[in-house]
Design a protein around this ligand. Structure first.
Ligand code: AMP
Length: 208
C-alpha cells in the first residue's frame, strides 16, 4: 500500500501521516524530516541542505531520490509506506512512477491565511514532539511536556520562508495533485478543525 500525503505547510500532513501510519501499520517517510536529519551532518552536503531548508526552497532532485531509495530498503516499510511531502514537483512524480504504483493521494486542504497562522504558532522539541499554539499548548510556556527541553521554532517557519514555501506549493505541487487526479486516486481532506476530527476525515478518505 502506497499513500502519498500532500498539503501546504501547516496543514498537519506530518502529524496525520504519523496517526494514519500507526492505524494502518504502514511506515511513515517524511522527506522533510529525512532532509532535516541530513542537514544536521557537519559536512559540506549537510550545510548545503541546511541552507536550502532554511530558505524554504526545494532541495535538488537527485538528493531526494537518493534518500527515497535508501529509506525504502528499510524493514519498517515492508507492509507499505506513507510518503509525506514526496513527490512535490513533476520531476519527482516521473521518477516515483517508474519505481512504484501509488494507491492513494491525500491532499490536505488548508487556505493560505490559515497555514500562515498555524506555522507562526508551531513550536518544536528536539524529542520530536510538536506543539501548535493555541490548539496544542505545552503546560509550561516554551518547555516540552514530554522531556522538559526548551521548544524552538523552525527556521523555515519564519515569515519570509513561509511565503516562499507556499508559493512553491501552488506553483510546483498543485500540478502533482492534478496529475494524480487524472488517475482518480486523489482524496481531498479539509484540514480545519481539531486533530481528532481531521484524523477521522483522513482515515475515511483513505478507506473510502
Ligand atoms: P516539510 O517538513 O514537508 O514542510 O519539508 C521541509 C522542507 O524540506 C521543504 O521546505 C523543502 O526545503 C524540503 N523538502 C521536503 N520535501 C521535499 C521534496 N519532495 N523535494 C525537495 N525538497 C523537499
Amino acid at each position: 500500500m502506497i499513500i502519498i500525503m500532500l498539503g501546504p505547510q501547516g496543514s498537519g500532513k506530518g502529524t496525520h501521516s504519523d496517526i494514519l501510519g500507526t492505524k494502518l501499520g504502514l511506515g511513515h517517510l517524511s522527506m522533510g524530516e529525512a532532509l532535516r536529519e541530513a542537514a544536521k551532518e557537519k559536512t559540506a552536503l549537510g550545510k548545503r541542505i541546511e541552507g536550502i531548508l532554511n530558505k524554504g526552497e526545494l532541495v535538488p532532485f537527485e538528493l531526494t531520490i537518493e534518500i527515497l531509495k535508501n529509506e525504502m530498503k528499510k524493514p519498517k516499510y515492508k507492509k507499505g509506506i506513507i510518503l509525506d511531502g514526496f513527490p512535490r514537483n513533476m520531476q519527482q512524480v516521473q521518477a516515483l512512477d517508474k519505481m512504484i504504483k501509488v494507491d492513494k493521494v491525500v491532499e490536505m486542504d488548508l487556505p493560505d491565511d490559515e497555514a500562515i497562522k498555524r506555522l507562526g504558532g508551531r513550536w518544536m522539541c528536539k524529542c520530536g514532539e510538536i506543539y501548535n499554539i493555541p490548539d496544542k499548548t505545552p503546560a509550561r510556556k516554551g518547555v516540552c511536556d514530554k522531556c522538559n527541553c526548551a521548544l524552538y521554532q523552525r527556521e523555515d517557519d519564519k515569515p519570509a520562508a513561509i511565503k516562499k514555501r507556499l508559493k512553491i506549493y501552488h506553483e510546483e505541487t498543485e500540478p502533482v495533485i492534478k496529475h494524480y487526479e487524472k488517475l482518480g486516486i486523489v482524496a481531498h481532506v479539509d484540514c480545519r478543525g481539531s486533530i481528532d476530527d481531521v484524523a477521522k476525515r483522513v482515515e475515511k478518505a483513505v478507506k473510502g
